[in-house]
Design a protein around this ligand. Structure first.
Ligand code: M6R
Length: 634
């Protein structure tokens, strides 16, 4: 996790670094820091200075006088703590013992312990508990070695030192390095953690993600795994892992989708919930145009070989993406008739099931950077490659909101959900986008396999086209209803969410949303499972939120809700008005739609209720404690 930003050019670095970090704060907010190199006008001497602060970026901003002169070269960091508590001493940048080299890092240096031990044996004193601190010390040692062998201080020596040190580091990381004795050099390196170079006017930048760059340039060059780059005021030199110079053209970021703006909303999360009708509308326009042939009713970016011969599907994902995958699995099995399993990506990597032939593996990750998901996909591709039999060959699809992410460099088929940048740590509109992607896949497979009649396919298409309008009404209505209901949860400690069938994953998602942003303990259960244990938790202090949508399990869910009510639970229904819903103490009404599309609507009250409960409690909704938007560590 963590976000890094760096700049070299002709303007003051500090304000640019702070603005870049502001756009990256979603990646972590345990501490922030920056280091700059300034060349003194009178003496021509260069001075490296460093400021760090525990907590959110505003604490660092208060320390940095942006009217002062910090120099034109700098690196910045916003941290999500992995090694070492969120204290100032563990905040980046980290420096070597001379204080002349500064490094920021995103990722994990897996062999940091052994490196640290060997440096300590050489008499190096460490001032933090982080894995990162080994890097400036190693670079310092390497610079000394290069100096002894005749290299002069300067940009190419710093580049060489970072290239050599990169060979000693194990793990997944992205780093940016500056050195007081090379005031015209910024060296950056990437290994399995994102890093994008930006070409500004009279300056070059580098950052973990594009939102940090778009305020300054739209011309970007994503770095590839293992690459090291030297950025100077005059240009960029890019090298691969073996030290060979690389030539690649930059690309242009298009559209407004990389601009991060809260508009008139109090929080990004609320804005993103309200953007869902638009997310659905765009998706319908792109993928469900009228007039497509019956055998290919969805416009997806794949040729026929993608669909051919798929006998089973396995889906790897984490968190909210996993919940979307569970709805996806329901659709792929029940609508398209393909046996489908969903795995926690973090578990799959170390306990994958035995290989089955003709399997499509789908990785779902809105950020495209989740280390667990990327590692699980890579492991699966490797073991299939090693197998040799063509029936076991790797066939992978990535479902993501960030088609420019690491996922896209790893997986050949990408389905872009196109929801636009999501800043709130709690995923909302990207969950909806992931669900829609699975509806598209299920329809595309069902049509090709004849697992559903054409009228069933046409019916689902028609219902999906109505989703943006339903959402438009729902979001407005439930914003008010949830706000009114939220006060009931002021002192609540536990909440149970019940759902069944296609809405069971929505119960899980409702519980996750509530936990993440309100810090209230919540559990999602398949409604029929409650009587096998969790019912013991229920008393009059425990609200039970029950998703009851007409369909194969409607009556069953209502009976399960009754069981909770009989134990004095406060029963809140997410259900259509009028249909035996008088059993609920409070109703969050939904339109009476088919069970198939119901998750696309039933999730909205879950999101808004969690939001308003957290707002009622005065919590930091967009940056909940201990979390970060993209989890780039295992
Ligand atoms: O970027 P990803 O979709 O791979 O992220 C996976 C999870 O970390 C993410 O869904 C997390 O659970 C969110 N905070 C949920 O709101």
């Amino acid at each position: 996790m963590c976000g890094i930003v760096a700049v070299i050019g002709s303007r003051e670095a500090a304000p640019l670094l702070l603005e870049g970090l502001r756009q990256l704060e979603y990646r972590g907010y345990d501490s922030a820091g920056l280091a700059t190199v300034r060349v003194l006008e009178d003496s021509g001497e260069a001075v490296l200075s460093c400021k760090r602060a525990k907590g959110k970026l505003k604490n660092l901003s208060e320390l940095v006088d942006t009217h002062g002169s910090f120099g034109h070269l700098g690196i910045g960091h916003t941290r999500w703590a992995t090694h070492g508590k969120p204290e100032e001493c563990n905040a980046h940048p980290h420096r070597d013992s001379s204080g002349k080299i500064a490094v920021v890092q995103n990722g994990i240096i897996e062999n940091h312990r052994s490196l640290r031990e060997s440096l300590e044996l050489e008499g190096i004193h460490f001032s933090s508990e982080t894995d990162t601190e080994v890097i400036p010390h190693l670079i310092s040692r390497e610079l000394l070695r290069l100096e002894i062998s005749g290299c002069k201080p300067g940009s190419s020596t710093l580049l060489k030192a970072v290239q050599n040190v990169s060979q000693q580091l194990k793990g997944a990381y992205a780093i940016a390095v500056i050195w007081e004795l090379a005031p015209d050099a910024l060296v950056v390196a990437r290994k399995q953690a994102p890093l994008v170079i930006g070409f500004g006017e009279g300056e070059f930048l580098c950052a973990s993600d594009t939102p940090a760059l778009v305020g300054f340039t739209r011309t970007i060059l994503p770095m590839e795994d293992g690459e090291v780059a030297l950025l100077t005021p005059l240009g960029i030199e890019l090298y691969d892992e073996r030290g060979y110079r690389q030539q690649r053209s930059p690309s242009l970021l298009s559209g407004a989708e990389h601009v991060v703006d809260k508009r008139h909303f109090r929080h990004f999360m609320l804005k993103e919930i309200h953007e869902q009708p638009e997310t659905a509308e765009l998706w319908v326009a792109r993928h469900l145009p009228e007039g497509l042939p019956a055998e290919s009713p969805v416009a997806l970016p794949f040729d026929e070989s993608f669909y051919a011969g798929v006998e089973q599907i396995q889906i790897l994902a984490c968190g909210t993406s996993r919940h979307a995958a569970m709805v996806g699995a329901y659709l792929l099995e029940q609508f398209a008739g393909i046996p489908t399993s969903v795995f926690y990506a973090s578990e799959f990597r170390y306990s994958a099931p035995p290989l089955a032939p003709n399997t499509l593996t789908i990785g779902v990750t809105q950020s495209g950077e989740t280390a667990d998901t990327l590692a699980a996909l890579a492991m699966e591709a490797n073991r299939r490659e090693a197998h040799g039999d063509p029936a076991f060959a790797s066939r992978q699809l990535g479902v993501t909101n960030r088609p420019e992410s690491s996922l896209s460099r790893q997986v050949s088929n990408i389905l872009d959900i196109g929801a636009g940048i999501e800043v709130g740590v709690a995923a909302t509109k990207t969950f909806l986008g992931q669900l829609l992607a699975f509806y598209g896949l299920a329809l595309a497979f069902a049509a090709r396999r004849n697992s559903r009649s054409s009228s069933e396919i046409l019916k689902l298409l028609k219902e999906l086209r109505s989703v943006p309008n339903h959402l438009r009404i729902l979001v407005q209505k439930h914003d008010q209803l949830s706000e009114a209901l939220a006060h009931r949860f002021a002192d609540t400690q536990d909440v149970i969410f019940l759902g069944r069938g296609i809405n069971y994953p929505i119960a899980l998602e409702g519980a996750l949303k509530l936990k993440e942003i309100s810090y209230i303990h919540a559990e999602g259960y398949p409604a029929g499972e409650m009587k096998h244990g969790p019912i013991a938790l229920i008393d009059s202090r425990v609200p039970v939120i029950s998703i009851a949508m007409p369909g194969v399990v409607f009556e069953k869910v209502l009976s399960n809700a009754q069981e909770a009510k009989a134990r004095d639970a406060q029963l809140i229904g997410v259900a259509p008005e009028g249909l035996e819903t008088e059993i609920f103490d409070a109703l969050m009404p939904l339109p009476e739609v088919s069970e198939w599309i119901s998750p696309l609507l039933s999730v909205v009250p879950m999101q808004l209720l969690s939001y308003h409960i957290a707002a009622h409690r005065g919590l930091d909704i967009d940056q909940p404690r201990n979390l970060a938007k993209s989890v780039t560590v295992e």
